[in-house]
Write a protein that binds this ligand. Structure first.
Ligand SMILES: O=C[C@H](O)COP(=O)(O)O
Length: 232
């Protein structure tokens, strides 16, 4: 069943997103790039403002140094978020770096790797991610300039990524400047999450404010797809 991940910048946005139907609240700083980490205090305040059973994540950045990225991820794990997302850029999206990260993160069971579709990552990396102890893998985009995930990868590629994750027992997510019209074709592939930020912001500006109505529309569309309704 595909659920809605919404990236938020603070506690007020988190409450808004949850009220409008988000299933997973993802703490992220859009001013600091595709996978910009928020300060620990902000993540803690987002977490503290949500009902205890809310599923949450926070991003740890996309540093291309194993030690720095692992340090950031481990620090964020102390905030109590359900998942920590690590952006794996060009130099990190390879088996040796993934294995090294896995050794640093061992035993926590809450780390999700994010691969950037516009950096041509090896989609077969999911096997190394599973081996290294990651619990999930997401595809996103690093250049937030309006190029959407489905502009970069074919439905066959996305489908085999999702199926590969499922086979390995990894949670899967798809994101990258998605719009409401992407929900039907992507949800049918069966990822665990579709991730949104820009498509839910006023004027489509991911660094601007979340638009409650847009979140509601997207949440309702995803719900309708889950209930088997065709696009209007
Ligand atoms: O994890 C989800 C992302 O925050 C999606 O951001 P975006 O829709 O602006 O590309």
């Amino acid at each position: 069943m595909t659920r809605l991940l919404v990236s938020v910048v603070d506690s007020a946005e988190a409450g808004l997103a949850l009220a409008q139907g988000a299933d997973l609240i993802d703490a992220k700083d859009p001013e600091a790039g595709a996978l910009g980490a928020l300060p620990l205090a902000t993540i803690r305040s987002i977490q503290a403002g949500l009902p205890e059973d809310t599923i949450t994540s926070a991003v740890a950045g996309d540093d291309d140094d194993v030690e720095r990225l692992a340090d950031s991820a481990l620090a964020i794990a102390t905030t109590g978020v359900t998942f920590v997302k690590l952006g794996l850029g060009r130099t990190m999206a390879q088996p040796a770096s993934v294995a090294a990260l896995g050794r640093r993160l061992a035993g926590h069971g809450r780390f999700i790797a994010v691969l950037f579709a516009d950096e041509n990552p090896p989609l077969s990396l999911t096997a190394a991610l599973h081996e290294a102890g990651f619990v999930g893998a997401m595809l996103d985009t690093s250049q937030k300039r309006g190029i959407r995930l489905p502009d970069l990868l074919t439905m066959d590629q996305l489908s085999s990524f999702v199926a590969g994750c499922r086979q390995l027992g990894l949670m899967s997510g798809l994101a990258g400047s998605l719009r409401i019209e992407d929900i039907d074709p992507l949800a049918v592939l069966g990822p665990d999450y579709l991730g949104f930020r820009g498509g839910l912001c006023l004027a489509g500006d991911r660094r601007g404010q979340l638009d409650p109505q847009a979140i509601g529309r997207v949440a309702r569309r995803l719900q309708a797809v889950r209930h088997g309704e065709q696009a209007a």
